[in-house]
Design a binder for this molecule. Sequence first.
Ligand SMILES: [Zn+2]
Length: 228
Amino acid sequence: MKVQNPDGEWKNYPPSFSDEDKSMLQSFVEEHADVCCMRELTPLTPHDTICIRHDVDYSLEHAIKFARWENDRGIHSTYFVLHTAWYYRDRIKLYGQMSLLQNYGHEVGIHLDSVNESAIDNHPHYDAAAILLKAKLAELRSAGFDIVGSAAHGGIYTDLELFENRFTLDDFGLQYEAYDLQHKLNVNYISDNRGKWRAPLVKEETWIHLRWVQLQRLLTRHLRDKHI
Ligand SMILES: [Zn+2]
């Protein structure tokens, strides 16, 4: 499906999850004792918990449809909104949509792109990126959204670079960064990418699109190896 953004540019919209994908997700979730948002995770969270992350790169409306589908089935996940996406420009609409996600029982975090946003001639300016990010977070928080988690977006640079040397999560009032957290988890953690699931904890298949059967087998093996 093609969508037109407010600049009048057409872009290819990534494929959606099929009905088969969705029913597989439902049965995968049902095999677990619990499903929880990322902010709820602690080192004591049981390993038969599943945690689902969505980076909303393109369409918040599409994300809301999926969020409603998840909520109808008792699935609560974490949606990261991208502050450089075209849907982010209309704040009134954005806040309404973010509230809807929360009303469906999901967590909303921020999908970080401030290093790319503040780069000049492809040269990163980390201090400028930090100022920009703090302003974005302050704006969301003053609108009533308690944002505690981030997930870095891709690009020439990633905002993970912000946390490598110069800044800490505390500087931004954040509790976790998803890419950092995923290495500390003992739970099944999956992340969606353009209608496919990724299982970043699975080392040998990291960031390769997985079919469901493979995903389930590999995640189970990962947890078994980790806990025995
Ligand atoms: Zn992204």
